[in-house]
Design a protein around this ligand. Structure first.
Ligand code: HEC
Ligand code: HEC
Ligand code: HEC
Ligand code: HEC
Length: 335
């Protein structure tokens, strides 16, 4: 493999957190769609989303009346609540059923204690829909020999944030105490193998590396930059070196968030061009539709970020370019 993501970066087996909400039988249908399309944000409260079952988060919203909530759910609420929560193929009635479910959950839940996941969900990783996205994401980018794909090679633009699967491997969806378990308990290594007991737990193995505030708490970009690690580029050819390309792509973001700077350099130090082109991104500036909803659902940048690269909670690492602060009326640009 021409990718340097090693096993320690792989996510732990997902804990079935999406099952965490208490069962509100009266809204079973809403619950199913909620888990598929809304839990990624509303299960964790990411970007200020009101959390499922949290009465404090919901009370002021419920006070505005159910129709106002229906409308936000259908049309979206800037900046971070997408229209229909991104589930564009769901009917209006389905979306309203989810809102009913969320409102019922908020009325049934308390502000703190009861919003916690049911113990059942923590006990064992249930291999369900959650387990699916990972192998796909990992396997897709087939390393190829030749380096640069022709910019014109790819055909139709990738589809927008149509909702496929919730990114259940997002680290934010894991309870704090469940991250980076020792190898004997992580569900990845074989506990019956003696070698497993000789392995350092990730925390110990990472201790000497530059720290980061999130993910597995290692700044991997800095680790490679400062040569604290020097991962082998090719499994077979020990002298092979990466094709590092220093090209930044700036993606302008509507609204108040700073623009996104996508750096090729930091990526090509770890990855082959074919890990991204053309399966994830058409190699042409502006040719890809990228949105936060898609990323949170494990598409586009979210194929890796939140799984094997720093998580989506680190807004400023991606949204790193301050906007021109001139008011629109005096700005020179015409757009
Ligand atoms: C990409 C993240 C994201 C997804 C996915 C998402 N939401 Fe939201 N949602 C938010 C955020 C953030 C807010 C808070 C918006 C605000 O008040 O500024 C919100 C608010 C809401 C509200 C309250 C609106 C109000 O008027 O106060 C409802 C209802 C809602 N979402 C329903 C849904 C439903 C139903 C789904 C799934 C079909 C969904 N959301 C999926 C992020 C998301
Ligand atoms: C981690 C994913 C990733 C990797 C790896 C990657 N790219 Fe890209 N590349 C992108 C993204 C994202 C864009 C911007 C697409 C857009 O703006 O719609 C892009 C754009 C491009 C463009 C268009 C530039 C322009 O100005 O139009 C070229 C050419 C390109 N990449 C070549 C490469 C080559 C060659 C490599 C390997 C050395 C590579 N890429 C590796 C993600 C990647
Ligand atoms: C892995 C990189 C990455 C991280 C981390 C990230 N974003 Fe984004 N964000 C993007 C990209 C790429 C776009 C699409 C820009 C464009 O329109 O081309 C985007 C777009 C947005 C938009 C514009 C609306 C939309 O959905 O397209 C908002 C708002 C936003 N991000 C908020 C956030 C917030 C809040 C966080 C932190 C919780 C965050 N982002 C973290 C990459 C990231
Ligand atoms: C194929 C996997 C993959 C995809 C797709 C991907 N990234 Fe990354 N990204 C990585 C890896 C691996 C790193 C280095 C490890 C880390 O920082 O966690 C990285 C690092 C970065 C960094 C460097 C942060 C720093 O400390 O300098 C930025 C910024 C970033 N990614 C933004 C993006 C954006 C924006 C997109 C989507 C347009 C994207 N990435 C898509 C894998 C990916």
């Amino acid at each position: 493999m021409k990718t340097r993501m090693h096993t320690l970066l792989l996510p732990l087996v997902a804990v079935a957190l999406l099952n965490a909400a208490p069962a509100y039988a009266q809204a079973a249908k809403g619950k199913a769609l909620y888990e598929k399309s809304c839990a990624a944000c509303h299960g964790t409260g990411i970007a200020g989303a009101p959390k499922l079952g949290n009465a404090d988060d919901w009370a002021p919203r419920i006070a505005r009346g159910i129709n106002s909530l229906y409308e936000s759910a259908l049309k979206g609420k800037p900046p971070a609540m997408p229209p229909k929560g991104g589930a564009m193929d769901a009917s209006d009635a389905d979306i309203k059923a989810v809102v009913d479910y969320m409102v019922a959950a908020a009325k049934g839940g308390s502000s703190k204690a009861e919003a916690k996941p049911a113990p059942k969900a923590e006990a064992k990783p249930e291999p369900k829909a959650e387990a699916k996205p990972a192998p796909k994401a990992e396997a897709k980018p087939e390393p190829k020999a030749e380096a640069a794909p022709a910019p014109a090679a790819a055909a139709a633009p990738a589809p927008g944030p149509s909702v496929a699967e919730v990114n259940a491997f997002n680290r934010l969806l894991k309870p704090i105490g469940k991250r980076n378990l020792p190898p004997t308990e992580d569900g990845i290594h074989d506990p019956a193998n003696d070698g497993t007991h000789a392995l350092q737990p990730p925390r110990a193995a990472f201790a000497a590396l530059p720290p980061a505030p999130s993910g597995n708490n290692v700044n991997w970009v800095k680790a490679i930059e400062t040569q604290r690690i020097n991962p082998r580029w090719d499994k077979i050819d020990g002298s092979a070196a990466p094709v590092v390309m220093d090209l930044n792509i700036v993606r302008e973001v509507k609204g108040s968030m700073p623009d996104v700077v996508y750096p090729h350099k930091q990526h090509t130090e770890w990855l082959d061009c074919s890990n991204c082109h053309p399966a994830i991104f058409i190699p042409q500036k502006g040719a890809n539709q990228i949105s936060m909803a898609a990323i949170l659902l494990g598409q586009k940048c979210g194929v890796c970020h939140g799984k094997v690269a720093f998580p989506v909670s680190e807004c400023r690492l991606c949204h790193s370019k301050k906007k021109d602060l001139l008011p629109a009326s005096t700005a020179q640009k015409s757009n």
